[in-house]
Design a protein around this ligand. Structure first.
Ligand SMILES: C[S@@+](CC[C@H](N)C(=O)[O-])C[C@H]1O[C@@H](n2cnc3c(N)ncnc32)[C@H](O)[C@@H]1O
Length: 256
């Protein structure tokens, strides 16, 4: 087994990429700082616009050679910088989807001079036309009511009714509330449901997922739960410990 596999390195991704051989990664899931001033116990989200865009370009250029020819990238962004980053990525890759993650934020007052922003913008990019993609692994089953409503003879035996539907490009998944059982001590932790969908669709079983900005380790946990390998980086030592704890939890037998 390769020594860097299934490891989280507590270091700057820009240095860490050198550990990983070129063309060895099936899927890159990147959830970088958004450039919005969030507190990750470091200054990584406190760059001004020019410095932020320069840094984004730097890590993208260091990360992309690590992808296999059939590999894919999902990058979490917000509306604020997704236009600039999409332009940058479209010069290097093929854009497949813009996915909107609707965080299902409840209405509670909020902004009065603009519409409240309640979504993340996720870019899905590939290196080549023959990229790996397993739609069947992420189809959403129709509920019994819908199936019943389509019981007319023209629908009977319809394959799509049996195998479920394409999740489409608007993913409505609740953000993790404080009391959510998945919730760890990280300000921008992503739900497993979102990352597991990316992994099942875009990384073959037994393949390798790279996440340069692990945060609370959602990608590592998701990869392990899905039978894929992972590798990643995280600057904050407390988050690195959190990731190890989350991974260790997976080893424990499930409560009856
Ligand atoms: C948006 S959060 C990732 C959240 C993660 N997806 C999760 O579900 O928990 C970004 C993370 O990147 C880390 N980070 C920022 N700059 C970094 C760098 N240069 N190298 C490695 N990690 C970095 C931050 O400390 C922060 O925890």
């Amino acid at each position: 087994m390769t020594s860097w596999l299934n490891r989280i390195y507590c270091e700057d991704a820009l240095q860490g990429f050198a550990r990983i051989p070129d063309a060895s990664i099936d899927l890159l899931v990147a959830d970088p700082p958004y450039g919005l001033g969030k507190d990750y116990g470091n200054n990584s989200d406190k760059l001004d616009t020019d410095a932020y865009l320069h840094w984004m370009e730097q890590w993208i250029d260091a990360a992309l050679p690590k992808l296999k020819a059939c590999g894919s990238l999902y990058v979490f962004l917000t509306w604020r910088y997704s236009p600039e980053i999409f332009v940058l990525l479209k010069k290097r890759m093929t854009m497949i989807n813009e996915i909107i993650w609707d965080r299902r934020v409840p209405s509670m007052g909020g902004s009065t001079r603009k519409f409240s922003s309640v979504h993340d913008t996720i870019g899905f990019f590939v290196k080549a036309k023959d990229y790996y993609f397993d739609l069947d692994a992420v189809r959403i089953p129709y509920d019994a009511e819908t199936k019943k409503a389509r019981s007319r003879s023209i629908f009977v035996g319809a394959k799509w009714l049996e195998i479920g539907y394409n999740p489409k490009d608007v993913w409505s998944v609740s953000r993790l509330h404080r009391e959510h059982r998945e919730r760890a001590d990280h300000p921008t932790q992503k739900p497993l449901e979102i990352v597991e969908r990316m992994i099942k669709a875009s990384c073959p079983p037994g393949g390798i997922v790279l996440d340069p900005f692990m945060g609370s380790g959602t990608t590592a946990v998701a990869a392990k739960r899905c039978g894929r390998h992972f590798v990643g980086f995280e600057l904050n030592a407390d988050y690195c410990e959190l990731i190890e704890n989350r991974l260790a939890e997976l080893e424990k037998p499930a409560a009856a």
